[in-house]
Write a new protein. Structure first.
Length: 202
């Protein structure tokens, strides 16, 4: 019996050690991205795989643009449409989470997320589109890391550069050029509002 308990304790310690290593891996990446731009995200890679199933030559369209070269109209439109409390919350909209939880309990599966921009960024950077309680929990841990290590400005800058704005189109610069033949900096209020409306809902 004592041998079995030791074995269980060893396995638990091993699992805990592995969990700590995974969190450290996330932390190192986030620390690097404070001053360096992500070249791609887990979500981009997953989308590319899907696109290449139909067309092996498919490529993603993305061009990084710094925060000060993104239209203020677009920044305001995206925050208003996706996460109105973005500036004031700590990464979580607790009212939104409660409503999503209640809806998921009624449906018996995860159909709503109640995610903030920070949580959406966590998902896009590190996770696929899979919906599970484990992924939501890990996404929350990464969101805390993002909010702790990064400014709101940096979180929004990365978010606007890595989210999908159409099939295989990532980042606001590629979206502005594709849909309006202009740059992210030159988007008008109307164009910004229309682009914000096509962002996948958190």
């Amino acid at each position: 019996m004592r041998l079995i308990l030791r074995g269980i304790a060893y396995l638990l310690l091993l699992a805990l050690g592995l969990l700590v290593l995974i969190q450290f891996w996330f932390l190192v990446h986030i620390g690097y991205w404070i001053s360096n731009n992500p070249e791609s995200t887990a979500f981009m890679r997953a989308r590319l795989e899907i696109l290449q199933e139909d067309n092996p030559k498919a490529r993603l369209r993305q061009q990084w643009v710094p925060y000060n070269r993104i239209s203020g109209h677009l920044k305001r439109a995206v925050v208003a449409a996706e996460d109105a409390k973005f500036v004031s919350h700590n990464g979580f909209d607790w009212d939104g989470i409660q409503k999503a939880f209640e809806k998921n309990m009624r449906e018996g599966e995860i159909v709503a997320g109640g995610s903030t921009i920070t949580q959406q960024l966590a998902k896009n950077l590190f996770f696929s589109g899979e919906r599970s309680w484990w992924r939501k929990g890990q996404e929350a841990v990464v969101a805390v890391m993002l909010e702790t290590l990064m400014s709101k400005r940096r979180i929004l800058e990365i978010y606007l550069n890595v989210i999908e704005w159409g099939e295989g189109v990532f980042g606001v610069e590629a979206a502005a050029r594709l849909h309006y033949g202009t740059t992210a900096a030159a988007l008008s209020p109307e164009q910004a509002a229309r682009l914000a409306a096509v962002v996948p809902s958190p």
